[in-house]
Design a protein around this ligand. Structure first.
Ligand code: ACO
Ligand code: LMR
Length: 264
């Protein structure tokens, strides 16, 4: 009989062997002719299915809202310094991307994990926050360097407004808001940040869309797909900062002595 040689790679998201490439079985001609957007392409390549319009719109809003937050944040700063050192686009981009992590932009997956676990176990916001404190873990998705209780992050409010209008349920988001109410009672900087808003709202998207089984939701949360949204989004801004520095012909960056405390 026929013997199938063992393969070295298994791939399930795309296929380039036919006349036109397919994303999760959908041919490129359909993607173009049916007016798919980047949210649809993310749905196909990350989640291996077409999602309802409100979900793909939500994904696109996340991408637009997180594309940039000025030159002073960790990622943009690294990219600017790298571009000014004369490095190429890819080096400048990845230099910025490498700052994305638990403190900056990369708290979305952990926010989803902790909010989901706490909500599903029925913990009150007080029990959740205090149990995190006992473990010495900062609540992912809470806190910001410049946003405050009296100067909320407009991005968070825009995401919440969209979800309240279009999502069938926003139970995880409401839980995150209750957590924020409690943390704000402790300190004015402990707002729900954009990572926390996306993390909690994506749980609502996954659970409320009817497109994912419970097991699939657990897998998405465990693997950690959601920081990918910030990485993808912020790449847009970091590429922009690289071009900006090159266009401005900025010289090599050197940090001023006056801004360093030299001490023994
Ligand atoms: N949970 C519990 N307590 C917190 C949290 C939190 N998430 N964030 C800050 N605090 C507490 C600190 O323990 C500190 O208290 P202490 O002085 O008694 O130790 C106090 O608030 C002030 O902390 P700072 O370190 O001054 O806060 P900072 O402004 O440096 O931190 C940061 C901002 C890094 C965002 C922090 O709030 C944090 O780690 N949050 C969790 C991670 C997160 O969500 N990051 C994403 C931010 S949004 C983005 O990057 C797009
Ligand atoms: C961002 O989007 O980069 C931020 O929320 C972080 C910041 O400090 O502004």
């Amino acid at each position: 009989g026929k013997v199938r040689a063992p393969t070295h790679i298994i791939s399930t998201i795309s296929d380039d062997r036919g006349e036109e490439p397919c994303y999760a079985g959908v041919p490129m001609s359909s993607i173009v002719e049916q007016g798919y957007g980047v949210g649809d392409v993310i749905s196909l390549l990350w989640f291996k299915r077409s999602l309802p319009r409100y979900c793909t719109q939500f994904i696109e809003i996340c991408i637009m809202l997180c594309a940039d937050h000025g030159p002073c944040v960790s990622g943009a700063h690294n990219t600017i310094v790298t571009a000014r050192a004369g490095k190429d686009l890819v080096s400048s981009l990845v230099s910025g991307l490498l700052t994305i992590g638990p403190r900056f932009g990369g708290a979305i997956d952990d926010a989803a994990r902790y909010f989901k676990d706490a909500y599903d176990r029925g913990l009150s916001p007080y029990e959740f926050v205090e149990s995190m404190k006992k473990k010495g873990i900062r609540v992912p998705g809470i806190g910001h360097r410049i946003k405050r209780g009296d100067n909320r992050d407009q991005r968070v409010e825009l995401l919440q407004k969209f979800a309240r209008t279009h999502f069938p349920s926003v139970k995880y988001m409401e839980y995150a808001v209750q957590v924020e109410t409690y943390t704000l009672s402790k300190a004015n900087n402990l707002v729900l940040n954009v990572d926390g808003a996306i993390g909690s709202l994506f749980l609502d998207l996954l659970a409320g869309s009817g497109m994912f089984s419970k097991q699939e939701i657990d897998e998405i949360v465990e693997i950690g797909y959601l920081n990918g949204l910030f990485v993808l989004a912020r790449s847009i801004g970091l590429i922009g900062h690289t071009f900006d520095q090159k266009r401005l012909k900025q010289p090599l960056y050197r940090h001023p002595w006056e801004d360093v405390l030299y001490t023994k």
